[in-house]
Ligand binder design. Structure first.
Ligand code: DC
Length: 233
């Protein structure tokens, strides 16, 4: 059955890195004929702008200025990824080590978050139905969303999955990936502005023992039930 896009509204998908959140979110959006917004890609594109401006990551004012002066575009089509900074395609660069190392401090700057959250809400308003993926979407960006999911998994499993994506088999390197995931989670959960945590009304989905298709099927079911329950609202 295809659900009418207009009824789905907003689905938020938050959680730490390495849970398979992006591919789950994209698949859910496709199944529901909804738009898809990867807010992590926005913070990563903002980080490209900061790195290219050559400013110190400790200088919050300069970091925010670099982000506000860059033209950052992130598409909302679940079938076609679009991420540009000042017209340059940065889809590959935003996944690289340089950006991954710098993105936590950039995304902890409140002025950067204000800019990007405003842009996220604009993009969401343009879509009738949308799946939005990030860390603070259910808690801060879209507190009135139809359905909020918090996707999590054991850190070792997340490190294994990341290693698989990168083709890494060396146990020391996998341990280093796990340490990096923990470091980023801790940083993202402890920051003062919009820390990573489940919204009170979020459904927590633990994917430690579930494959991607099972997670997608569960979220699509939850979305359909939420629409049924929410009809009278
Ligand atoms: O999901 P990701 O790994 O692409 O996210 C990159 C970084 O951006 C991550 O370290 C946390 C940050 N982020 C955030 O602070 N708020 C969001 N809504 C999305 C991502």
């Amino acid at each position: 059955m295809t659900v009418e896009p207009g009824f789905i509204g907003q689905i938020t998908l938050d959680g730490p890195s390495g849970t398979g959140k992006s591919s789950v979110a994209r698949d859910v959006a496709r199944r529901l004929a909804a738009a898809y917004l990867d807010t992590g890609a926005m913070y990563r594109a903002a980080t490209v702008a900061v790195l290219d401006a050559g400013v110190s990551l400790d200088d919050k004012i300069a970091v925010a200025r670099a982000v506000s002066q860059a033209a950052i575009r992130v598409g909302t089509n679940a079938r076609r990824e679009l991420v540009t900074v000042d017209g340059v395609d940065v889809r590959e660069r935003i996944r690289g080590a340089e950006v991954t190392r710098a993105v936590s401090p950039v995304s902890a700057v409140p002025a950067v978050r204000r800019l990007l959250v405003a842009r996220q809400r604009e993009l969401v308003r343009e879509a009738e139905a949308v799946v939005v993926e990030g860390r603070d979407i259910g808690t801060v960006v879209l507190p009135e969303a139809t359905l909020k999911i918090y996707l999590t998994a054991a850190p070792e499993v997340r490190a294994q999955r990341r290693a698989g994506q990168l083709g890494v088999t060396d146990p020391d390197k996998i341990a280093a990936l796990a340490a990096d995931l923990r470091r980023r989670d801790e940083y993202d959960s402890r920051r003062a502005d919009s820390p990573l945590r489940p919204a009170e009304d979020a459904v927590v989905v633990d994917s430690t023992d579930l494959d991607k298709n099972a997670v997608v099927a569960r979220i699509v079911d939850l979305a359909r039930s939420a629409v049924g329950v929410g009809e009278g609202r």
